[in-house]
Design a protein around this ligand. Structure first.
Ligand SMILES: [Zn+2]
Length: 262
């Protein structure tokens, strides 16, 4: 019998999303921050949420929930950024009972270790996907002076310092920003490999590092998910031959493996 998700995990994830996304997203430069969207009233948004839930309930009759009344059996644990442009709908498969999701600014395992542990040790999913994204405001903020931010935001950005230490400071800012997004994914994957070494060595867990690229900065087209790391392997050629990708076609591998940072 699988254990259902304790409420505290859900609360942590939702609070993280609500509390953290706005200030950092606001620091994104020309990346979809819309003044008109900011003018929408709380009442209108709450109305939309409730109407949306009624539409969801209409589209998902009672039997939709039958499979997970007493527990969950997700296939993948995902640690992704809270950014509103990044959602698991990008995989185009049913998220219910399939995706154990943890979100915070900068898709950091180090800030959510307990939640990730839960997905890997207790559910347990056989895939851990660390998913960064193009134009990540957290990475950009960590590259600059964030001393004026709240103590909460500073704490979330301080944990990115080891990633910033890998930045060679060469090249245009936007190029370094993109490379640092990928470096952060590699850093978080390495953290996972420390935490779950036994499972990875036993073949019971694959740690996949990827970037959701809605800007086409990796050259695979807008919206592509780019695999940049599998179990610590970061060379694109080696990733392409990795056994974890055995079921992908040649075309899928070419489209979804890449690198900006190596
Ligand atoms: Zn982000």
């Amino acid at each position: 019998m699988k254990t259902s998700t304790p409420k505290k995990f859900l609360t942590l994830t939702v609070c993280g999303l609500l509390a953290m996304v706005a200030p950092v997203a606001a620091s994104d430069q020309g990346a979809g921050h819309d003044a008109a969207a900011s003018a929408v009233t709380p009442q209108a948004t709450i109305k939309k949420i409730i109407e949306g839930n009624d539409a969801f309930r209409h589209d998902h009759p009672k039997n939709h929930f039958d499979a997970f009344q007493s527990g969950q059996v997700p296939a993948v644990t995902i640690i992704s950024c809270s950014d509103s442009r990044v959602h698991t709908q990008l995989f185009d498969f049913e998220p219910d009972n399939n995706i154990f999701a943890i979100r915070n600014v900068g898709n950091q395992i180090v800030n959510a270790e307990g939640s990730v542990d839960y997905g890997i040790h207790h559910l347990p999913t056989k895939v851990l996907l660390v998913m960064g994204h193009s134009s990540c405001g957290a990475i950009k903020a960590a590259m600059g002076d964030y001393s004026g931010e709240t103590s909460g935001i500073k704490a979330e950005l301080d944990t990115l310092k080891p990633v910033m230490a890998m930045d060679d400071q060469e090249g245009p800012f936007n190029q370094r920003w993109t490379q640092n997004v990928e470096r952060n994914v590699d850093f978080q994957v390495n953290k996972a490999l420390e935490l779950y070494a036994d499972k990875v060595e036993a073949g019971a867990l694959a740690v996949v590092g990827a970037v959701y690229d809605f800007n086409d900065l990796w050259g695979k087209g807008r919206g592509a998910l780019i695999v940049v790391n599998i179990n610590g392997v970061t060379d694109p050629q080696e990733i392409m031959n990795h056994p974890a990708l055995n079921e992908l076609s040649k075309a899928e591998i070419v489209t979804h493996v890449g690198s900006q940072a190596k």
